[in-house]
Design a protein around this ligand. Structure first.
Ligand SMILES: Cc1cc2nc3c(=O)[nH]c(=O)nc-3n(C[C@H](O)[C@H](O)[C@H](O)COP(=O)(O)OP(=O)(O)OC[C@H]3O[C@@H](n4cnc5c(N)ncnc54)[C@H](O)[C@@H]3O)c2cc1C
Length: 396
């Protein structure tokens, strides 16, 4: 079948791009290498004795400021599934104890530093240089930097300060922060089910070529899919590799951006087997994991769940040992385990210039679209905004 658009990658970037394409009446095919769509929207279900429990292994929170995402959620009929997050704290785990963020801060240092927020501009500054002035050097080093590192599960000292948290206009009719009744992956399922969109899962795109004014992608099982326009919605290193047959310059340029793997293990435990107070997440400075994000934000009658986002390269025994130590449960009480590997970009000062050059190089490629979490930022709304602007650029 001849397509107007082929989208490679079924995370929210690829899915939102496919959504805009289908809405515009274009014949659209999306190809995803995993068995399900969603990418970093991963909310697998555990089923036992007629009960079911989902756990987020990737993204977990949406905000009222995610207006483009909300537009899609609304069109997919999912507004009724929006679920509030219980107000449980993001806590520190230090010296074998759960501590509050505030109790760990040096308050005099904070009070002395905080007024700088009114004069200091984030532009051109790294996360470390900006925030160590706003909260004080010790507070930054001992506490705040670890919360920042937990966001993209890597060291964020050198991230551009203006890409960490952005203020966006909020929708007043939507909860400030929320999830969905069956987790964020329900958004991926709803977009994938849209009529007019052909979705192929379990197929990795391994090569690209340009032929008769068309893009042709080949999948690992030998399948071929042709289209007038091609959208790559995969990590920058994978896009760089695939594009080497289409544009040397773009391929080399994309290859310059670094990324980090997030190695996640989710554990499901019966409520009666764990005594830790409810938390949104645990952040443990200088530990083997960047954060342990819990399902306590959507309490369940039977189970509790925690997704540990580990540093890469640790063996299973080491990770399991650390999980049992932190949660204070024996391995035999872990009823179920999920695993997941996600990729996130490692942004550095100078990223805005890198982004501008990418867009300039893209202009030289007919009907080629690039989207993902490595353009305006890695938040969900950044991904959807990029897909929207890429789609309107090419469809114009
Ligand atoms: C642990 C974690 C927690 C996060 N929490 C939040 C949060 O709470 N709120 C928030 O706003 N953001 C959060 N983020 C960020 C946000 O979720 C991601 O940046 C975003 O979901 C990325 O979407 P994407 O589609 O660009 O990439 P991905 O989700 O990585 O999707 C890319 C897809 O491409 C597929 N793929 C790759 N290569 C190929 C190929 N050759 N052929 C076919 N398919 C291929 C992959 O399998 C994957 O499904 C979080 C991220 C992580 C990792």
């Amino acid at each position: 079948m001849q397509n107007d658009v082929v989208v490679v990658g079924g995370g929210i970037s690829g899915l939102s791009l496919a959504y805009y394409s289908v809405q515009a009446g274009m014949k659209t095919t999306l190809i995803e290498k995993n068995d399900t769509t969603g990418g970093s929207f991963a909310s697998p279900q555990y089923k036992a004795g007629g009960k079911s429990f989902w756990l987020e292994l990737g993204a977990h929170t949406c905000y009222s400021s995610y207006q483009n995402l909300l537009g899609i959620v609304e069109a997919c009929g999912l507004m009724g599934s929006i679920t509030p997050r219980a107000k449980v704290p993001f806590s520190l785990y230090m010296d074998g104890q759960v501590k509050s963020l505030v109790s760990s801060l040096n308050i005099p240092e904070l009070l002395f530093s905080a007024p700088k927020i009114f004069s200091l501009k984030k532009g051109g500054m790294s996360v470390k240089s900006y925030y160590s002035q706003i909260v004080g050097e010790k507070n930054y080093r001992n506490v705040i930097s670890h919360f920042f590192n937990a966001v993209p599960s890597q060291l964020t000292d050198d991230f551009p300060a203006d890409m960490m948290f952005k203020s966006r206009e909020k929708r007043k009719d939507v909860l400030k922060n929320y999830t969905f009744a069956e987790g964020l992956q329900s958004i991926a399922r709803a977009i994938s089910a849209k009529s007019g969109l052909n979705v192929f899962t379990g197929k990795e795109v391994v090569s690209l070529r340009r032929e008769n004014n068309q893009y042709v992608v080949t999948t690992s099982d030998g399948g071929e899919y042709g289209a007038r326009a091609l959208a790559l919605a995969i990590p920058s290193a994978s896009a760089s590799k695939l594009l080497s047959s289409i544009s040397f310059d773009l391929s080399v340029h994309l290859g310059k951006l670094k990324s980090a793997d997030v190695d996640s293990i989710g554990v499901v435990i019966r409520k009666e087997n764990i005594s830790m107070k409810p938390v949104a997440a645990l952040i443990s400075p200088n530990d083997l994991f960047f954060s342990a994000v819990s399902r306590d934000t959507v309490p369940d009658d039977n189970f509790r769940g925690f997704a540990f986002h580990f540093k890469p390269g640790l063996d299973e025994k080491t990770r399991t040992k650390r999980i049992t130590e932190v949660l204070g449960v024996s391995a035999s009480k872990i009823e179920h385990t999920f695993t997941r590997l996600n990729t996130v970009p490692s942004l550095r000062l100078g990223h805005h210039e890198w982004h501008e050059k990418t867009d300039a190089l893209l202009k030289g490629q007919k009907n080629l679209l690039l989207t993902g979490n490595y353009f305006g930022g890695m938040a969900i709304e950044d991904c959807v905004s990029r897909s929207k602007s890429e789609f309107s650029r090419v469809s114009r």
